[in-house]
Design a protein around this ligand. Structure first.
Ligand SMILES: Nc1ncnc2c1ncn2[C@@H]1O[C@H](COP(=O)(O)OP(=O)(O)OP(=O)(O)O)[C@@H](O)[C@H]1O
Length: 300
């Protein structure tokens, strides 16, 4: 049974449909990517899952059951905008939040100390949020979302404002939580993070689902139209090969765009005919390219 299941969920704000019939399933121990352009309906969907707002139509099921207030104990949320109070001591507010979600004071304190140690900032225990940098505030928001060991974790732009070292730290943490069985609904505009973390995704565009499924399968449905060629020297005549529509010179070779897969063999032959080939690759489309294409197409 899925930890989280949305069936044909609709949310209206007056005349405006913010989310139009979204359906998706998140298994136990899965990171599920919820993607979309600005205003596509991601935050609205997450807020419905959290029970902060109610769907106008459709169903949301948690381990097969509909929402009840007890469920708040098993859910954790890192909102896109910071949700912690700037002037309250970190230990006070995070242990308070954990207690609201069913932990005892001492369990909450132990869990907070574990996370502060894990992020190598035990000294933040006595600090206020306003005393921290933006990135470190984001890390405290993350701790507030996971301190009570939620089974369902909702992360809205979890890595925004973090430097590359902290992005890696949080990514590793998210993977670890997944491996421990947490079901994670993950929203971001950074496609490379989705490629690394998620198996299944939904791409929303202006409240509608435009792409859905396993990333590996989705990619098979898009043509492979880029060829990477690395050669020590120059290769002439690439532009005039049949099926080649663009040639970009790169640091150590070329990135070519092709309109038919047969053009790839012709490129390879042309390059071999003129000397050594260090690397040749027909690239599968990136999620970034798929996103731009899917969202672009739905606007046409
Ligand atoms: N409280 C509200 N009242 C009226 N309209 C709303 C409300 N909240 C969201 N909307 C509208 O619903 C649509 C979806 O918004 P939502 O915040 O879910 O998008 P999003 O995908 O999270 O966008 P972003 O990537 O910019 O965070 C938008 O058109 C937004 O203007």
């Amino acid at each position: 049974m899925e930890a989280l299941k949305l069936e044909q969920v609709v949310k209206q704000y007056g005349e405006k449909t913010a989310v139009n019939q979204i359906s998706l399933k998140v298994s136990e121990g899965e990171i599920y990517g919820l993607l979309g352009a600005n205003g596509a309906g991601k935050t609205t969907t997450m807020r419905m899952v959290l029970g902060l707002i109610y769907p106008d139509e459709g169903k949301i099921l948690y381990n097969g059951k509909t929402f009840n207030s007890e469920l708040q104990r098993i859910m954790g949320y890192l909102p896109e905008e910071r949700g912690l109070y700037p002037k309250v001591k970190i230990s006070d507010q995070i242990t308070y939040l954990a207690q609201l979600r069913g932990m005892s004071r001492s369990e909450a304190d132990k869990s907070l100390r574990y996370w502060l140690d894990r992020f190598e900032v035990p000294e933040y225990y006595n600090k206020k949020i306003e005393e921290l940098s933006k990135g470190n505030q984001q890390k405290m928001g993350f701790i507030a979302a996971v301190v009570h060991k939620p089974q369902i974790l909702i992360l809205d732009e979890a890595f925004s404002g973090l430097d590359p070292v902290n992005v890696e730290l949080l990514k590793d943490t998210v993977k670890e939580l997944r491996d421990q069985g947490t079901s994670i609904l993950f929203s971001t505009h950074r496609m490379e993070h989705v490629e690394e973390l998620c198996r299944n995704i939904t791409i929303l565009d202006r409240s509608n689902t435009v792409v859905q499924g396993e990333i590996r399968e989705i990619k098979k449905g898009y043509p492979r139209e880029q060829v990477l060629l690395r050669t020590p020297g120059e290769v002439s005549g690439l532009e005039s090969i049949a099926g080649v529509t663009a040639v970009k010179r790169q640091e150590r070779g070329y990135l070519l765009t092709i309109s038919e897969i047969e053009a790839a063999q012709r490129i390879l032959q042309q390059a071999i005919g003129q000397g050594e080939v260090e690397h040749f690759e027909i690239k599968e489309p990136t999620l970034n390219q798929i996103f731009i294409r899917a969202v672009g197409e739905s606007h046409e």
